[in-house]
Design a protein around this ligand. Structure first.
Ligand SMILES: [Ca+2]
Ligand SMILES: [Ca+2]
Ligand SMILES: [Ca+2]
Length: 204
């Protein structure tokens, strides 16, 4: 199912918001008042009062974010500006998240929607075969692909490679990028793309 595209003016520049058309567990948007039962997390750009101070997205947390996607349980942010892979990973950490691990088709499609919404051609996402060529793992160590384009995913594990990838056409193509309108590409670390960051929605 395709996500619906919309746009919200949030006082933080051009921020696209892709609503999740599927049922989700974060459908309740916080009221702009402090909640005695609120469980405080650090603030994150998501229209919610994560730190329970009665204000949503205060402290310039939306600065530098060009598109957002909310999936069930996860907020995605596409950072503005392209960088090499190491800098993208650091930028996500500085925003309180990490490069998104794309583990299902719905998140994959939502990520593609975010790229299209921001008119970006690519984004860095979680995944690498730098430790062992042809063995693709997420940052948490989860194996998601072995081999090149005719390789194999572990049973039940999602993969979203674009046609012909991974091709390991250069020895340094060890980092996972999402290409707009296509899918995953094995890419060299000095390619330049924006970072697509994720953080779990704060528990309530
Ligand atoms: Ca707040
Ligand atoms: Ca927030
Ligand atoms: Ca490789």
């Amino acid at each position: 199912m395709l996500a619906q595209l919309g746009a919200l003016a949030l006082g933080c520049g051009r921020v696209g918001f892709v609503a999740d058309a599927a049922p989700r567990d974060d459908a309740t948007v916080d009221a702009p008042t402090a909640d005695a039962g609120c469980v405080a997390c650090s603030e994150w750009c998501n229209d919610r009062d994560d730190d329970c101070d009665g204000a949503a997205d205060e402290g310039a947390v939306c600065d530098g974010i060009c598109a957002r996607v909310r999936r069930s349980g996860v907020d995605l942010s596409l950072l503005c500006g392209a960088s090499a892979r190491d800098a993208a990973e650091l930028a996500c950490a500085q925003h309180g998240g990490a490069l998104v691990p794309i583990t299902d088709h719905a998140t994959h499609q939502a990520a593609l929607d975010a790229l299209a919404d921001a008119a970006e051609t690519c984004a860095w996402i979680d995944g690498s075969d730098a430790s062992e060529e042809g063995t693709w793992r997420r940052a948490d160590g989860t194996l998601f692909w072995t081999g090149v384009a005719d390789g194999i995913a572990p049973s039940g594990v999602f993969s979203g490679w674009r046609a012909g990838d991974p091709d390991a056409s250069a020895e340094s193509e060890d980092w996972l990028a999402l290409v707009e309108g296509e899918g995953w590409a094995d890419s060299p670390s000095d390619a330049t793309c924006p970072a697509l960051c994720a953080r779990a929605v704060c528990a309530r």
